[in-house]
Design a protein around this ligand. Structure first.
Ligand code: ADP
Ligand code: MG
Length: 444
């Protein structure tokens, strides 16, 4: 069972808006629809709720064409909370919610005790029971939004479609509403399709995300698969960094800056840094350098290593090796290439065993070829050497030839900014300062 769009092309009066879209809300599913303004989210929802008829393709409910079914038949299974608010009519809140029972009433029959009980429960679930006797005309936007949801719940749908249902709610009500939707989904098996603006809430609540761009599906899958910096930049044109929710572990999106309009370029200004880490030793650096605007590459890292997971979620170029396997010659050579293409190589405070010794050899080779190496030594070397001394001379050579050795990650960022000057690179921050200086000079 499912509610599906099958190759649906949608539009308004000759203007196409969505093109051959396939979208499935499986029974019991929890799907989030995301995408920029005017990408067609509401239009797809209208098609799935039998409001807008596709020009091509079909909408099906349990395999049957939605347009072959009567509106009431559809409404017994599919409820919609449209974008916007129920108007501030002089209608009692309870009357609005009872309207949700209409599809279930027999012809010429009023509501029975069960209908009233279902409506009460819907009011109670949405925290609006105390508003039952009040007129919509005197209620706030947030209260009316919750009543619109109560009305949809009173319909006892198998499929619940919601168009930005949290738009008018405070953060506490947003979370409460999404918690309620998840409870209905998990406990009662109600399938939920929800359009959300907030990507972080979408990642927290949805099992599947569908990312729209200009009326087409740009990406779909789990939040991990969809919320990639690359996708978001392609669709929203914004630079983002993806990190992990500290408790739930799902991806969370941090906006870095707009497209071109950022007047103060970040320190990195796109210059390349290759980071050699592993086992979490490079976690802070990978994220901080990326946020600061450096073009970060990493490796060699084993797939599944925590630094590998992070580097991938940041959308970085990574030289990778098989899980728990030693670094091979090809991987070592590829890492050396990235190091030579970088302005700086940062050797994080990593532990070295025989498996990742080639990383150290590659750093030494990069340095001997003129590369600028920054070494982080937060933990004394002997505590990190698991090669029975084999790595010691290589590490010593790197330390000897490094442009600097620092004792904590933060110092790396400071140094890259300062060191830039010494090595002939002017930092973006300095350029901005100088520009400001010149502007002031002209003003005098
Ligand atoms: P979203 O919900 O992603 O913001 P919509 O589906 O509301 O996007 O709109 C997609 C496009 O369709 C927009 O360009 C919008 O202007 C247009 N559109 C939406 N509704 C109508 C309508 N009733 N008549 C004509 N054009 C519309
Ligand atoms: Mg919309």
């Amino acid at each position: 069972m499912a509610l599906r769009l099958e190759g649906a092309t949608l539009g308004y009066r000759g203007r196409p808006v969505a093109h051959a879209v396939d979208l499935e809300l499986p029974a019991g599913g929890f799907v989030g629809l995301i995408g920029p303004n005017a990408s067609g989210k509401s239009t797809l929802l209208k098609a799935m709720s039998r409001v807008l008829r596709p020009r091509h393709g079909r909408v099906t409910l349990g395999g049957e064409d939605l347009w072959q079914l009567s509106p009431m038949t559809v409404a017994r299974q599919v409820a919609t909370v449209a974008q916007g608010l129920p108007p501030a009519f002089p209608l009692l809140a309870e009357e609005l919610v009872l309207m949700g029972r209409l599809p279930h009433l027999r012809r010429f029959q009023g509501e029975g005790p069960r209908d009233l009980a279902v409506a009460r429960r819907a009011l109670s679930l949405t925290g609006t029971l105390s508003l039952a006797e009040r007129s919509l005309a005197e209620l706030s936007g947030g209260e009316r939004q919750r009543l619109a949801i109560a009305r949809a719940l009173a319909q006892e749908p198998r499929y619940l479609l919601l168009d930005e249902p949290t738009a008018h709610l405070d953060i506490n009500y947003k979370v409460e509403l999404l918690d309620l939707l998840r409870r209905l989904n998990r406990a009662d098996g109600v399938a939920v399709l929800v359009i959300l603006h907030d990507l972080n809430l979408a990642a927290l609540y949805c099992d599947e995300l569908v990312l729209l761009r200009a009326g087409r599906v740009h990406a779909r899958g789990t939040p991990e698969q969809v919320l990639l910096s690359s996708h978001l930049e392609e669709v929203y044109g914004s630079r983002t960094v993806i990190s992990r929710h500290p408790i739930r572990g799902v991806p969370q999106v941090t906006l870095v800056s707009g497209r071109d309009e950022d007047p103060a370029p970040l320190q990195g200004d796109g210059r390349r840094v290759h980071v050699v880490g592993g086992g979490g030793s490079a976690a802070w650096l990978l994220e901080a350098l990326t946020l600061a605007g450096f073009a970060v590459t990493a490796g060699v890292l084993n797939r599944g290593d925590s630094d590998w997971v992070l580097a991938r979620s940041l959308g970085l170029e990574v030289v990778e090796a098989a899980p728990f396997s030693p670094v091979g010659d090809g991987e070592r050579a590829r890492a050396l290439e990235l190091m030579r293409a970088a302005h700086w190589v940062v050797l994080a405070d990593l532990a070295v065993g025989r498996g990742n010794l080639p990383n150290l050899q590659a750093v030494r080779d990069a340095m001997q070829a003129g590369g600028l190496v920054v070494v982080v030594e937060a933990t004394p070397w002997p505590q990190r050497d698991f090669t029975a001394g084999m790595a010691a001379p290589i590490y010593a050579a790197i330390r000897e030839g490094a442009v600097t050795t620092v004792t904590d990650d933060r110092a790396v960022l400071r140094w890259l900014n300062e060191g830039a000057r010494e090595t002939g690179h002017q930092t973006a921050v300095q350029e901005v300062d100088q520009r400001a200086e010149r502007t002031r000079g002209r003003g005098r």
